[in-house]
Design a protein around this ligand. Structure first.
Ligand SMILES: NC(=O)c1ccc[n+]([C@@H]2O[C@H](COP(=O)([O-])OP(=O)(O)OC[C@H]3O[C@@H](n4cnc5c(N)ncnc54)[C@H](OP(=O)(O)O)[C@@H]3O)[C@@H](O)[C@H]2O)c1
Length: 329
């Protein structure tokens, strides 16, 4: 099969190579449990692959390895009694190995998808939408009618969070850095869009009449203190990532004064360890797809052999929505 390998840690421009290699079997999973073999039609590309190409991600496989954490495709084989069967169209989270014509994913992270989503949209479903639901509902305890401020709102996690929050009955305020990204956040259904280089904290406090209930933060960096200041009484900042580059520190007196919280949300580790959690989130996301709330926004598509360009787009802060590789021949 054709696959993209990371062969060195010199970054997106030179770390990736297109190769022919043998197909993985069900026993080739990185994680414990039973594997489902998937014929890949499209692969989702995300920020972690950029970090992996520099050896800067927490998961550091031995070189060379096939990156790619999620795919859309058709089940070729599944263990007896699994929720999916050969021939099913699925969105699957495979951790690694997705930038290839065939991959293997844990059975509890394979989700049947219907005709509402095309292959590219399905390739952007699991990582971002499960993370959004986990961060908002499981970790952030989002309640209907609350207001959610979303940083990096035109990105993969950001657009997913806007849609899931809306589906859960929240009002949303998107924070973005450009006109183009403003349009994408609007397409994702944001109620309000504000600019990261403007007075977004004061705008958020005004729009939410006193402070937001949740800040969903995949960016980190300098804006963190203002995120805390934008919260209302009892508000929560949910920490999802650090695309801004630096890891903020919290002066905890700020939490005491407003009865606020900072909460971490690491979906991947929780999802791999807890099959019942993935099932619960999978059902909730299916409901949001049926309700018309969840429709992944695909910002750019590349053929498999141009995976490096896909990573460079994300690395240069130029990506909107989900970046996808078309894989099937
Ligand atoms: N915790 C979890 O379980 C989990 C799960 C999935 C992803 N993540 C993490 O979430 C983060 C976002 O992932 P994503 O797929 O949404 O990424 P993405 O599509 O590239 O979006 C990230 C956004 O971050 C903003 N940003 C601000 N400063 C940036 C900088 N210096 N470089 C690049 N982007 C910058 C950009 O928005 P503006 O230009 O509008 O500011 C960009 O749209 C990553 O760190 C990823 O590892 C965490």
């Amino acid at each position: 099969m054709r696959a993209i390998q990371i062969v060195n840690l010199n970054g997106p421009e030179s770390a990736l190579e297109l190769v022919e290699r043998s197909e993985p079997g069900a026993s080739h999973m990185l994680t414990p449990g039973r594997g489902v073999i998937v014929d890949v039609h499209a692969a989702g590309v995300s920020f972690p692959e950029v970090l992996q190409s520099r050896g800067m991600y927490q998961l550091k496989p031995e070189l060379p390895f096939v990156p790619g954490s999620e795919v859309a495709g058709v089940v070729r084989s599944a263990p007896d009694g699994a929720d999916v069967a050969p021939g099913d169209r699925v969105a699957a989270f495979c951790v690694l190995g997705g930038f290839a014509e065939v991959t293997v994913a844990p059975e509890h992270l394979c989700f049947r998808v219907g005709g509402e989503l095309d292959d590219a949209q399905a390739a952007g479903l699991v990582l971002n939408y499960h993370t959004a639901y986990f961060a908002l509902k499981v970790r952030g305890r989002l309640a209907e009618g609350e207001t959610v401020l979303v940083h990096g709102a035109a990105g993969g996690v950001g657009t997913a969070t806007l849609q899931v929050a809306k589906g859960l009955g929240a009002r949303t305020i998107a924070v973005v850095s450009s006109d183009d990204k403003e349009r994408v956040a609007q397409e994702a259904g944001a109620d309000h869009v504000v600019r990261s280089d403007g007075p977004w904290k004061d705008q958020a406090r005004e729009l939410s009449e006193g402070g937001v209930d949740i800040v969903l933060d995949p960016v980190g960096g300098d804006r963190f203190t203002d995120s805390l200041r934008s919260l209302g009484e009892g508000g929560r900042v949910v920490v999802v990532g650090f695309t801004g580059g630096s890891i903020p520190e919290v002066k905890v007196n700020r939490l005491l004064l407003g009865n606020t919280e900072v909460v971490g949300a690491a979906w991947g580790a929780a999802a791999l360890a807890r099959a019942e959690l993935s099932q619960e989130i999978g059902e909730a996301i299916s409901g949001l797809i049926e309700g018309g709330f969840v429709r992944p926004i695909v910002g750019a598509r590349f053929p498999l052999e141009q995976a490096a360009q896909a990573l460079e787009l994300i690395d240069g802060r130029g990506a909107t929505g989900k970046v996808v590789l078309d894989v099937g021949r």
